[in-house]
Design a protein around this ligand. Structure first.
Ligand SMILES: Cc1cc2nc3c(=O)[nH]c(=O)nc-3n(C[C@H](O)[C@H](O)[C@H](O)COP(=O)(O)OP(=O)(O)OC[C@H]3O[C@@H](n4cnc5c(N)ncnc54)[C@H](O)[C@@H]3O)c2cc1C
Length: 352
């Protein structure tokens, strides 16, 4: 029984115990838990960097610092980084090649995990690649191994992980055509297999891009077709040459907005019958709308709507994220005003 409650005067030992009871006992307990947490974090092999400028990790060359930054070369690294973020209670963002992003001028107040895994293997008609392998590397390896199916993707920057997440595409093809499956990591570090169906591919999207998705792509299995006559390599070279005439020679995130899907366009085609001439592969290029709205060459600060391709907002020199946002807003307003069409970003915003 507690001596105080019993109404007796406590002895010296009891006095010590009572002093120790509160708040000291609680303080010591908390200090012990904090020590355990710190030693657990210290036991982790990973080295988290601080205040890393994200502009250097994006093709737009825009963006403030990541409060914490880590490059994951293996699945184990990735797991430890995810656990670190959880224990610290900070949000994380998965970065591939940074070629489809606009990072805010304030940066990202959390942990940016750059997926830098780089192994791949070609066996028969299949390529197994880590998520961090550059897409261009896989295109070149595929044609060098007499495989066809990826040559359309030459010239698209970024990683295979980023390409699967956004279902990258060009020249009437998309990466979904070649994905057989792969491995992904859950937020709590478990590795799961996925197949093509689980990817829920759509135009410039997949399950990995969905809002509440917590899966991080670790590996991708691509199924290609054999070809012996060197046609794929020839086609790849042609595409590369063609792209070099179309892509503006400035830093950018590629096409800023998604093209307009014709399935939504009944009333639009009634109002603007000339648009039926512009339909290609079930889409109307939004560059046409932006150009018709008179915005080609328009600038805000260092950001500009490219002369070469009106769906490219480029960093013409010293652009801030706020300049790009303002220009994007103008595009949306003017295109809505002229055509009644709502533009949707293909570029992903980070840290806003
Ligand atoms: C000059 C230029 C030309 C381009 N041309 C094309 C084109 O023709 N067609 C086209 O489709 N795109 C094009 N793009 C856009 C871009 O290159 C692609 O969208 C590319 O696939 C993005 O890959 P990334 O690794 O850079 O991804 P990031 O930009 O780093 O990330 C994009 C998204 O993918 C997520 N992500 C990245 N890695 C993983 C992973 N391992 N697991 C889960 N999520 C992940 C990120 O969280 C983010 O949401 C172009 C860009 C530029 C700059």
């Amino acid at each position: 029984m507690d001596s105080q409650r019993a109404g007796r005067c406590p002895g010296t030992a009891q006095k010590c115990f009572l002093i120790f009871r509160r708040p000291w006992r609680e303080i010591l307990l908390r200090a012990f838990l904090f020590y355990k947490l710190c030693s657990k974090i210290n036991q982790m092999k990973i080295e988290i960097k601080k205040n890393i400028a994200l502009a250097e990790y994006t093709t737009f060359r825009i963006g403030g610092p990541a409060r914490y930054f880590f490059e994951a070369e293996t699945a184990e690294d990735l797991k430890e980084a995810l656990l670190w973020a959880r224990e610290k209670g900070v949000p994380y963002f998965i970065l591939g090649g940074g070629s489809n992003l606009l990072v805010s001028d304030e940066g990202f107040d959390g942990l940016v995990i750059k997926v830098s895994s780089s192994r791949f293997q070609v066996s028969g008609n299949m390529i197994n690649a880590d998520a961090g392998v550059p897409l261009a590397r896989l295109v070149i390896e595929s044609v060098n191994n007499n495989l066809t199916g990826l040559e359309w993707a030459i010239g698209i920057p970024g990683t295979i992980g980023g390409a699967v997440c956004g279902n990258a595409g060009a020249y009437g093809h998309s990466i979904s055509e070649s994905v057989k499956g792969g491995k992904a990591m859950t937020q709590d570090g478990k590795i799961v297999d996925f197949d093509k169906n689980a990817c829920r591919f759509c135009y410039r999207g997949s399950a990995f891009k969905e809002k509440d998705n917590n899966l991080i792509i670790l590996e991708v299995q691509l199924q290609l077709a054999a070809e012996k006559n060197g046609k794929a390599k020839k086609r790849m070279k042609e595409i590369l040459a063609e792209r070099s005439t179309k892509i503006p020679p400035f830093a950018s995130s590629g096409s800023f907005f998604k093209n307009y899907l014709v399935k939504d366009s009944g009333p639009l085609l009634k109002r603007f019958p000339e648009l039926s001439q512009k339909i290609k592969g079930g889409k109307i290029a939004v560059a046409y709308f932006i150009e018709q709205a008179g915005l080609k060459g328009k600038t805000v600060g260092g950001a500009k709507i490219a002369e070469e391709h009106a769906n490219f907002i480029v960093n013409a020199g010293g652009a801030k994220a706020k300049d790009v946002l303002e220009l994007a807003k103008i595009c949306k307003e003017k295109v809505k005003e002229k055509f009644g069409v709502g533009l949707e970003e293909e570029t992903r915003y980070v840290g806003f």
